[in-house]
Design a protein around this ligand. Structure first.
Ligand code: AR6
Length: 184
């Protein structure tokens, strides 16, 4: 299992192999993390997204799945785009499973590329409205439950409130930042 680390900051500044993007199914950009990644990464990312739409992803990327592109000018090699579910109280179980799937699929795609370090945002916890504490619990328990060749899963939390929610969830799940019960 990947070592879990938490940092408060901007995901576009992370020096990691792969950055996970909380995208939408169009793959053609949006606000928040998605907007920041395309803005800071430059037009190469969108160009590859357009190619994906023109080839295997004609209808866009399905919720819960992931696909990689270049990271353009970001200090990373790849962006792994995933599409989180919109939060709605009805159909909660199915949606929560889709959110877990975003992390599993992103880790799988990143590992296939040979990534050792992957930065994740709190998928679905912004525009898509997922309550932060629950989003944190699903994110952390899913990553902690995966066997992966990815060595570090770094959660990059935007603002102290997000960071505190992830810290709390990590504690409540009985996990530690090293992922093995010991700190570095
Ligand atoms: N670095 C790290 N985290 C960030 C950053 C950043 N630069 N900017 C925002 N966040 P969101 P979603 C946090 O809305 O809920 C887009 O328009 C933010 O505070 O980016 O999955 C897409 O195109 C929140 O905690 O993703 C989709 O249409 C978390 O990242 C839709 O939004 C996720 O917020 C996806 O919504």
């Amino acid at each position: 299992m990947a070592r879990i680390t938490l940092v408060e900051g901007d995901i576009t500044e992370q020096k990691v192999d792969a950055v996970c993007n909380a995208a939408n199914s169009s793959l053609l950009g949006g606000g928040e993390v998605d907007g920041a990644i395309h803005r800071r990464g430059g037009p190469e990312i969108l160009a590859e997204c357009r190619q994906l739409r023109a080839s295997h992803y004609g209808k866009g990327l399905v919720t819960g799945r992931a696909v990689a592109t270049t990271a353009g000018r970001l200090p990373a090699r790849w962006v792994v785009h995933t599409v989180g579910p919109v939060y709605l109280a009805e159909d909660y179980e199915r949606r929560a499973e889709l959110l877990a799937s975003c992390y599993r699929e992103s880790l799988r795609v990143a590992a296939e590329l040979g990534a050792r370090t992957v930065a994740f945002p709190a998928v679905s916890a912004g525009v898509f409205g997922w309550p932060l504490d629950d989003a944190a619990r699903i994110a952390l328990s899913t990553v902690a439950g995966e066997r992966s060749t990815v060595e570090e899963a770094r959660f990059v939390l935007f603002g102290s409130e997000s960071y505190a929610a992830f810290e709390r969830a990590l504690r409540e799940l009985g996990l530690h930042e090293s992922g093995s019960g010991q700190r570095d």
